[in-house]
Design a protein around this ligand. Structure first.
Ligand code: URA
Length: 205
């Protein structure tokens, strides 16, 4: 494994892993994308967040959750009292999948084949960081983490034992909150998202 091959140098192993991911061709998504968007954050983080895939802005910046969904995420983390600089943030799929429409690039959902091809990277990241808790944001991340398709509504907001002995936690994706048009429902779902994040952080004691 990545961790046992490190001789204890986790930070060095993480840099090597990130550099290797920059050349990933495990699925065809690397071709039209600008770059691999690898995870970021302290390698000794106790809390890891897994998103879906980079969006347009993340693809250009090379960093996860810096666009509109990232702003919703940052706001929710702040409300939940979680310091983003202390958590590790990554994505289930590390290249932006999109449909060109004129000058715009429209996000398209990664398929199971792409999620499962990219799962190897998330597993390596988890092996190096060994977070006490990994939070899956939405169905794509949940599929990556659990290796099976789950219903968010049924699994959210409680600890889930992972195959590698770690602990998982499932909640919605911040983009889901951006898509809600009814203001009252948006406020309610945002509050529920923050509660999920608070409850996850509370697992760390
Ligand atoms: N949505 C995600 O799931 N991840 C990102 O990095 C940006 C948007």
């Amino acid at each position: 494994t990545a961790r046992s091959a490190t001789g204890g140098n986790i930070a060095g192993a993480w840099v090597a892993l990130r550099d290797e991911a920059a050349g990933c061709t495990r699925c065809p998504l690397y071709k039209p994308a600008t770059q691999t968007v690898f995870g970021e954050g302290p390698v000794d983080a106790e809390l890891m967040f897994v998103g879906e895939q980079p969006g347009d802005q993340e693809d250009l910046a090379g960093r996860p959750f810096v666009g509109p969904a990232g702003q919703v995420f940052d706001q929710a983390l702040a409300e939940a009292g979680i310091d983003r600089t202390r958590v590790y943030v990554t994505n289930a799929v590390k290249h932006f999948k999109f449909e060109p429409r004129g000058k715009r690039r429209i996000h398209s959902k990664p398929g199971v084949g792409e999620i499962d091809a990219c799962r190897w990277w998330v597993e390596q990241e988890r092996m190096l960081v060994t977070p006490r808790l990994t939070v899956a944001l939405g169905a794509t991340a949940a599929r990556s983490l659990l290796g099976r398709t789950v219903t968010i509504g049924r699994e959210r907001g409680r600890p889930i034992e992972l195959a590698d002995g770690g602990e998982g936690w499932i909640t919605v994706h911040p983009s889901y909150l951006l898509r809600i048009t009814d203001p009252a429902q948006a406020a309610e779902e945002s509050a529920r998202f923050v509660e999920d994040l608070k409850a996850a952080a509370a697992r760390l004691g």
